[in-house]
Design a protein around this ligand. Structure first.
Ligand code: PLP
Length: 401
C-alpha cells in the first residue's frame, strides 16, 4: 500500500486515485459493470490462472471499489482494505474467516445487536462459543482466554454505553497468546481512532455511519494485513458474496472526502450538548467518552483524538417517559443508525438492542431509561433547544423522582 499523503485531511481526498489514469476525470469514475471482456480466450485463461492482472467479474474486483479499498487501507494505516455490502457482511466475513467449529471468541461486554445475533447463531450451528469481558485489565482479559480462543473481538466506545477499552493493553495480551484482535471502529472512524496503530490486527467499519456520513448508503469495510485480507477475499467475500455495489463505493469515496471536517463538527456539537444534558434536572446520567470525570477518560486521551459524536443518557422516569421524550421532539429524528448530518435519537432497549435478552441487556447497562443520541451537523443551539423542550415534558414527579 503506497501512502503518498502525510496528512489525514489530504489522504481522505487523494489516496488511491490518480486522475491521469482516468482521462483526467476529477471525480472517481463509476464503473457500473458486472463483468469485463477479454481480448482473447487465452487472456481469459491467464486472468483466471492469476498469471495476468486485470478484472474478471465485479464480485472479484471493480475499479471504483478498488479506489475505496486503497483509500481506507491508507486511512487506517493497514496493508489492504476490502469493501462489503453492509457492516454486518464485513463482520460475518471476518468472523467466519477466523473461526472453525468448536472455537471460542472473547468479546467486549457490549456489542452491536446484530453482531450479538451472529455470535449466537455461530454458537448454535457450529458450537463456536463466546465470552464477554469488560477488559478493564490484562488479568481480566487473560482469565478468559482458552486454548480454542480464535480471536478477541472489541468494540470501543461500546455501543450504546460508551464505555472504553484500552486497545493497546488488549493487543499486548493477545500477542502473548498469538491471537488476533478485531476492532469494530464504526463509532470513531479512522479520523478519531486507528486500532492498527495500537497493535490490533483487523479493523471493521459499518461505513453506513460516519464514513458515508449522509444516511444514504449501507456498506462495510475491513482493513488489516495483506495475507489475511487476501484470504478473506478469496473465501468469505468471494464465495459468500457480500460485496458492495460500485455506486455505493462511489458514494463512500465522496463521503470520505469530508470525514475530518464533518467529524470535528460532530464532536463540537456533542461536547456542547453533553454539558447541557448533564445539567438538566430530568437527566440522571450522561455517558460520553470526553467526560473528564469519567474513570475511562485516560483511555480516551490515549487512543482517541476527540470524544466523537455519540452519547447516551438516562432520563429520570420510566420506559414510557423515554418514549414520550422521543415523541416530543420536533426536528431531531427518531431513527437508528448514526453519523449522519441529521441528529438522530433512539431507544436501545426497544430498538437496536431489542434482540439481546433482558438479562444480558441490563448487564450491558442498557436500561429502559437509556436513550442514545447521534449529534448531527446542525447548529448545536437548535439541537439543544429541541432536546430541552422534549426533556422538560417528562413528568418526573409522577414517577416519584
Ligand atoms: C451499524 C453498525 C454495525 C452494522 O453495520 P450495517 O452497515 O448496518 O450492517 C456494526 N457495528 C456497529 C458498531 C454499528 O453501529
Amino acid at each position: 500500500m503506497s501512502k503518498k499523503h502525510k496528512h489525514f485531511e489530504t489522504a481522505v481526498i487523494h489516496e488511491g486515485y490518480d486522475a491521469k489514469d482516468m482521462l483526467g476525470s476529477l471525480a472517481t469514475p463509476l464503473f457500473q459493470t458486472s463483468t469485463y471482456t477479454f481480448d482473447t480466450a487465452e487472456q481469459g485463461e491467464r486472468r483466471f490462472a492469476g498469471e495476468e492482472d486485470g478484472y474478471i467479474y465485479s464480485r472479484l474486483g471493480n475499479p471504483t471499489v478498488n479506489v475505496l479499498e486503497e483509500r481506507i487501507a491508507v486511512l487506517e494505516n493497514g496493508e489492504r482494505g476490502l469493501a462489503f455490502g453492509s457492516g454486518m457482511a464485513a463482520v460475518s466475513a471476518v468472523l467466519v474467516a477466523l473461526t472453525k467449529a468448536n472455537d471460542h471468541i472473547l468479546c467486549s461486554s457490549g456489542l452491536y445487536g446484530c453482531t450479538f445475533g451472529l455470535l449466537t447463531m455461530m454458537q448454535d450451528k457450529y458450537n463456536i462459543t463466546h465470552d464477554f469481558s469488560s477488559m478493564e485489565s490484562k488479568e481480566a482479559v487473560r482469565a478468559l482466554i482458552k486454548p480454542e480462543t480464535a480471536c478477541i473481538y472489541v468494540e470501543t466506545p461500546i455501543n450504546p454505553t460508551m464505555k472504553l477499552i484500552d486497545l493497546q493493553m488488549v493487543s499486548e495480551v493477545a500477542k502473548e497468546f498469538n491471537i488476533p484482535v478485531v476492532v469494530d471502529n464504526t463509532f470513531s472512524s479512522p479520523y478519531l481512532q486507528r486500532p492498527l496503530e495500537l497493535g490490533c490486527d483487523v479493523v471493521i467499519h459499518s461505513a453506513t455511519k460516519y464514513i458515508g456520513g449522509h444516511g444514504d448508503v449501507v456498506a462495510g469495510l475491513v482493513v488489516g494485513k495483506k495475507d489475511f485480507l487476501d484470504s478473506v477475499q478469496m473465501t468469505t467475500q468471494k464465495d459468500i458474496g457480500g460485496i458492495i455495489s460500485p455506486f455505493d463505493a462511489w458514494l463512500l469515496i465522496r463521503g470520505l472526502k469530508t470525514l475530518p471536517v464533518r467529524l470535528d463538527r460532530h464532536c463540537d456539537n456533542a461536547e456542547k450538548i453533553f454539558e447541557k444534558l448533564r445539567n438538566h434536572p430530568n437527566v440522571a446520567k450522561v455517558y460520553y467518552p470526553n467526560d473528564t470525570d469519567h474513570p475511562d477518560y485516560f483511555i480516551r486521551k490515549k487512543q482517541m483524538k476527540r470524544g466523537g459524536g455519540l452519547m447516551s443518557f438516562e432520563i429520570k422516569g420510566s420506559k414510557e417517559d423515554a418514549q414520550a421524550m422521543l415523541n416530543a421532539l420536533s426536528f431531531v429524528k427518531i431513527a437508528v443508525s448514526l453519523g449522519d448530518a441529521e441528529t438522530l435519537i433512539q431507544h436501545p432497549a426497544t430498538m437496536t438492542h431489542s434482540v439481546v435478552p433482558e438479562e444480558s441487556r441490563l448487564e450491558m447497562g442498557i436500561t429502559d431509561q437509556l436513550i442514545r443520541l447521534s449529534a448531527g451537523l446542525e447548529a448545536w443551539e437548535d439541537i439543544w433547544n429541541d432536546l430541552e423542550q422534549a426533556l422538560n415534558k417528562i413528568n418526573v414527579h409522577a414517577v416519584g423522582n
